[in-house]
Ligand binder design. Structure first.
Ligand SMILES: [Zn+2]
Length: 635
């Protein structure tokens, strides 16, 4: 399997949204049939034929030799360097930073496939496009006032005093909302723009007694765009004496603060090229960074780094570098960063600026050397795991004894266990994370794994409050990992030879896959083949909204395709599965016998029979109910 270190530990969690609220799977298949992946990708990458495949430079990492393979037969793409893979929809999602429904829509329009329009409308009034146009109109209105000689002077002077050049202010579309309650309102009426829709976007506020007033008054306006440059909301800094220094658009159909990243449109290409995104906190920090030629900088809108931010940035970058301006801010940032790292499996690093300086001050103070000095800080950034460890160790080692260090190690491993328990992390990633933790605290991998597992067991035991909790007995570990290998092999074969599905279905159901990620993939395959699907790999990937899951599936398909004889491979794996199941049930039986004896003494035999019966019923469930819909894929 081709995996680079960054993708090795990616989390494969699915986003919450479900595409089936927008399209039926049949629509998605229709779009996939109408397009050719070679043409779609050919619009972005120059492709050359090599054997049965087309190759080109991968747009998702800094590629020097053609690593991107496009397979016209399977209608999929796969990068052998960075692990990116999927069908045409997933290519567009990544390249254009669109949501899944948006990419389906985008490709449908190109191919002339008509999708049911009603389903994509999120509400009764204006649709997304019209609302974006309305926002763009407002941004232009604010900009016009900024440019007006007298009216906009105060805003232009402020910007000039912050050492932001006029051309840069223009590029970021800075605008001005003068001190008035109905400035925008009147302009909207004159231009025939509906006030109710402007209120939905948060630009106007509805009065209790009816009518509207302007939300942004006496404020410098920062239009916030998405990755495609569409205006999704606004930020406003007061230039008067309003105690609220900054306000943002309220949440709307278009605007979500925990997802929005200021400057992403301007920064996207540079982030893709460098595979690194630098995150600062303020609008002006971001703008000034770009003015200094630091083109991969984006800003959050007054929030700390969220999972959603990380999810978006991980489409372009392997590493997110969070910049903060004081030790106190750093400690908070580190906690968030470690959490996000566990949740999204994207590398998060931290940079501390000299105490009390924001990035803007720092750059201006450095002058000509600003870019170079800032880049140096970024390249010296500390990994979040390490940063957190250093913090803990420093605090607890203040006692300056061996005990202090030991306590720090203990607390750190406890934190690791807690984060692992919170997140749904597959085994490969888990092992990788634990090895890193071990290295940091100066333990062997085995020691760290054991310690963290102890914590996890204790946590589970205290949650359930029972002696026999759901914790996995250690002695079953090797059977478990063998089983996962077998499960993976079954899927790898099926991804290449759907006609062997019936053989697999007789032996195992998706519910029985033990690894959570494999279970999701199995569910998809069982749904797809079970309903008679026999399209190329692209069709199997049709409804997959998660980039990481798509990468994993294409990886597995590729891995499987190297096998010589699929029939033999399937037969052998299913045999191994049966053998492992026998071993597992023997271990289980052994455990149940000792449990029953301990609990019921001489009535053990009866109790045991009941338990075995219950187990048996549970096991045969998948045969009566093979299809369960999966939030992962629309279907
Ligand atoms: Zn790549």
């Amino acid at each position: 399997m081709v995996l680079d270190p960054a993708s090795k530990h990616k989390n494969l969690n699915m986003p919450k949204s479900n595409v089936s609220t927008y399209f039926d799977e049949s629509h998605i298949q229709q779009v996939l049939q109408a397009i050719n992946i070679v043409e779609v990708i050919g619009n972005y990458v120059s492709l050359q034929r090599r054997g049965k495949e087309m190759v080109g430079l991968c747009p998702f990492h800094n590629d020097s030799k053609p690593s991107l393979n496009v397979n016209p037969g399977k209608q999929i793409f796969k990068c052998f360097a960075c692990g990116a893979g999927g069908n045409a929809i997933q290519f567009i999602m990544r390249r254009e930073q669109m949501t899944f429904p948006e990419s389906v829509w985008f490709l449908a329009q190109r191919a002339g496939v008509k999708l049911p329009e009603k389903q994509v409308q999120a509400h009764e009034g204006m649709d997304r496009n019209e609302l974006e146009n309305l926002n763009r109109w407002a941004a232009k209105f604010f900009r016009d006032q900024y440019d007006q000689d007298e009216l906009g002077r105060v805003a232009r002077e402020y910007v000039e005093n912050r050492f932001i050049r006029a051309d840069v202010a223009k590029r970021f579309g800075l605008g001005w909302a003068p001190n008035s309650w109905d400035n925008l309102l009147k302009a909207a009426q004159k231009a025939g723009k509906p006030a109710a829709e402007l209120a939905r976007l948060g630009l106007l506020v509805e009065k209790e007694q009816g009518g509207y007033y302007d939300r942004f008054r006496e404020r410098l306006i920062f239009p916030v765009t998405d990755a495609l440059g569409r205006v999704i909301g606004f930020g406003g800094r007061t230039l008067g004496d309003d105690p609220a220094k900054y306000i943002n658009s309220p949440e709307s159909v278009l605007f979500n603060k925990s997802r929005a990243l200021y400057g992403l449109h301007a920064a996207k290409d540079s982030i893709i090229k460098k595979r690194t995104a630098v995150l600062v906190e303020g609008y002006t920090d971001c703008i000034v960074a770009h003015q200094f030629g630091l083109a991969n900088v984006v800003a959050t809108l007054g929030t700390a780094l969220t999972r959603e931010h990380a999810e978006i940035l991980s489409r372009y970058a392997d590493t997110i570098v969070v910049v903060f301006d004081s030790d106190a801010a750093g400690e908070k940032a580190a906690d968030r960063a470690v959490e996000v790292f566990f949740a999204q499996q994207v590398e998060v690093k931290l940079v501390s600026l000299p105490e009390g300086k924001d990035p803007c001050d720092f750059l201006l103070e450095q002058g000509d050397r600003g870019k170079e000095s800032f880049e140096k800080l970024v390249s010296d950034a500390t990994e979040s795991l390490e940063y957190k460890w250093q913090n803990m160790e420093r605090q607890l080692a203040q006692t300056n004894t061996v005990g202090g260090h030991k306590r720090a190690v203990d607390e750190y491993l406890m934190m690791t266990a807690q984060l692992l328990a919170q997140e749904n992390i597959d085994n490969i990633s888990r092992g990788y994370l634990l090895n890193r933790v071990a290295k940091l605290v100066g333990m062997t991998n085995d020691q760290a794994h054991r310690k963290v597992n102890d914590h996890l067991r204790r946590m589970k035991a205290s949650v359930s409050g029972q002696r026999h909790s759901g914790a996995i007995p250690l002695e079953n570990r090797s059977v478990r990992s063998q089983r996962e290998a077998v499960e993976q092999e079954i899927l790898e074969v099926l991804l290449n030879r759907g006609d062997l599905f019936e053989q697999a279905r007789e032996e195992i159901g998706p519910d029985e896959f033990s690894d959570p990620v494999l279970k999701q993939i199995a569910q998809r395959l069982w749904d797809y083949f079970g309903s008679g699907g026999n399209g190329p790999l692209a069709a199997i990937l049709a409804g997959c909204e998660s980039t990481e899951l798509c990468n994993k599936i294409t990886d597995m398909a590729e891995n499987g395709s190297r096998r010589e004889n699929f029939e033999v491979a399937m037969k052998r794996t299913l045999e191994s599965l049966r053998r492992l199941e026998t071993e597992q049930s023997q271990q289980e039986l052994h455990r149940m016998v000792s449990h029953a004896e301990e609990k019921y003494g001489k009535d053990a035999e009866t109790a045991l029979l009941l338990e075995i019966q219950a187990k048996h019923q549970k096991r045969s469930k998948h045969q009566s109910d093979p299809r369960q819909s999966n939030a992962l894929f629309g279907s």
